[in-house]
Ligand binder design. Structure first.
Ligand code: KG4
Ligand code: ZN
Length: 325
C-alpha cells in the first residue's frame, strides 16, 4: 500500500511517500527561513509559504519516490494540533487530492505522528511512556497501545522547544534556537545553577512542567553579561534536561513501565541523548535526526496505522483543529 503523508502544522511544508512493503520512499521537507527576522513563527506568513511551497514539495516527493499521483492508495494529513491557518492549507490540499484521485483520506494527530516516527526504525513494545518535546508541546503520555493513551502531564506554560527558541533569541542566535544552543552548549560548562521548576512537586502537579520562570532567569543572566554564551547554554540545557528526565523516570516508576519513547524536535538534542544513554534499567528510544522535527514520513506512517486499524478512510468533512484538548 502506498501512503502519501502531508504535514503543515507549523512552519515546515512536508510531503512523504510511505510504502507498507518497502518503507519510506521519499520525505521532502521545505523549512521556512522567512521567520528568521521575527525570532519565531509568524502564522500568516507560515500559511502563505505553505500555499506557495506545497505543490513543488508534492511534485518532488512523488518524483523522489518514482511514483505518480495515481499510484497513491491513501492520502493522510496532519489535522491537529498546530497553527490553524497552516493546518488548513495541508488539510485542504489532502482533501482535494483524495477527491481528485478518488482514494481514502486519513486525518493524523501531530503528536501521535511524532511518537510513532520512532516505529519507522523499529517496532517498540507497549506499554511505554512518551516524552513529547517540541516547539509547541511538552507532554508525558502513557501509551498502552496504538490509540490507547493516558495523558499524565505536560507544561503549564511554555513548551521546551519554545524556551530554547526564546533563550536563543535573547542571545541573538537566530531561529530555531534549539540546534544552536545544543552546539554552543557542547563548548560550555554548567557553571550557573538555574532553577529546576516544579522538580520536586507532589500531588496532582507531579508530572506537570513550568518553564517560563526558568526562561526569565536565563534571560536575566544573559543581560547581566557575566558568563559566556556557551556556559549559559550548557547551564540552561542542563536545567531543562534534569527536569524532563526526573519526571519521566518518576512516571516510569509510578506506572511500572520500562520503556520511554522521546519524540518531537527537542529529541534531536545531543545532551539529552547523552544523558539517557547513562540511565540503567529503562530502554530509551528516539528517532533519527531527520524524523525528530516535523516531517511527512511520520504522518504517512501514522496514517497507515490508522487506516490498517479501521480498514477504511474517513469522511471528507473533518476539520483542522488548533488545540488538542
Ligand atoms: O517538532 P518540531 O519540528 O515542531 C513542533 O511540532 O513544534 O520542533 C521544533 C522545535 C524548535 O523549538 C527547535 O528549537 C527544537 O525543536 N529543536 C531542538 C533541537 N533541534 C530542534 N531543541 C533542542 N536541541 C536540538 N538539537
Ligand atoms: Zn512537531
Amino acid at each position: 500500500m502506498i501512503v502519501l503523508g502531508i504535514e503543515s502544522s507549523c512552519d515546515d511544508t512536508s510531503v512523504a511517500v510511505y510504502d507498507s512493503e518497502r518503507g519510506i520512499l521519499s520525505n521532502v521537507v521545505s523549512s521556512q527561513f522567512i521567520h528568521l527576522e521575527f525570532g519565531g513563527v509568524y502564522p500568516e506568513l507560515a500559511a502563505r509559504e505553505h500555499t506557495k511551497n506545497f505543490l513543488p514539495v508534492l511534485d518532488k516527493a512523488l518524483k523522489d519516490a518514482k511514483i505518480s499521483l495515481n499510484d497513491v492508495d491513501v492520502v493522510t494529513a496532519t489535522f491537529m494540533p498546530g497553527l490553524i491557518i497552516s493546518l488548513v492549507v495541508g488539510v485542504s490540499a489532502a482533501k482535494s487530492l483524495s477527491f481528485s484521485i478518488n482514494k481514502p483520506i486519513v486525518p493524523v494527530h501531530h503528536i501521535e505522528a511524532h511518537i510513532f516516527a520512532n516505529f519507522l526504525v523499529k517496532e517498540i513494545e507497549y506499554p511505554f511512556i512518551a516524552l513529547v518535546v517540541s516547539g509547541g508541546h511538552t507532554e508525558l503520555i502513557l501509551v498502552k497501545d496504538f490509540e490507547d493513551y493516558l495523558y499524565i502531564g505536560g507544561t503549564l506554560d511554555d513548551a521546551v522547544g519554545e524556551v530554547f527558541d526564546k533563550v536563543a533569541r535573547a542571545m541573538d542566535l537566530g531561529f530555531p534556537g534549539g540546534p544552536v544552543i545544543d552546539r554552543l552548549a557542547q563548548n560550555g560548562k554548567e557553571v550557573i545553577k538555574f532553577p529546576r521548576p516544579m522538580i520536586n512537586e507532589k500531588g496532582e502537579n507531579r508530572f506537570n512542567f513550568s518553564f517560563s520562570g526558568l526562561k526569565t532567569a536565563v534571560i536575566k543572566e544573559i543581560r547581566k553579561g557575566i558568563h559566556t554564551k556557551e556556559d549559559i547554554a550548557a547551564s540552561f540545557q542542563g536545567a531543562i534536561i534534569e527536569t524532563l528526565l526526573k519526571k519521566t523516570l518518576d512516571a516510569c516508576n509510578e506506572f511500572n513501565v520500562k520503556r520511554v519513547v522521546i519524540a518531537g524536535g527537542v529529541s534531536a538534542n545531543s545532551k539529552l541523548r547523552e544523558e539517557v544513554s547513562k540511565i540503567k534499567g529503562i530502554e530509551f528510544y528516539y528517532p533519527p535526526l531527520n524524523l525528530c522535527t516535523d516531517n511527512g514520513a511520520m504522518v504517512a506512517f501514522t496514517g497507515f496505522k490508522r487506516f490498517s486499524k479501521y480498514k477504511k478512510g474517513f469522511k471528507l468533512d473533518f476539520e483542522a483543529k488548533a488545540k488538542c484538548r
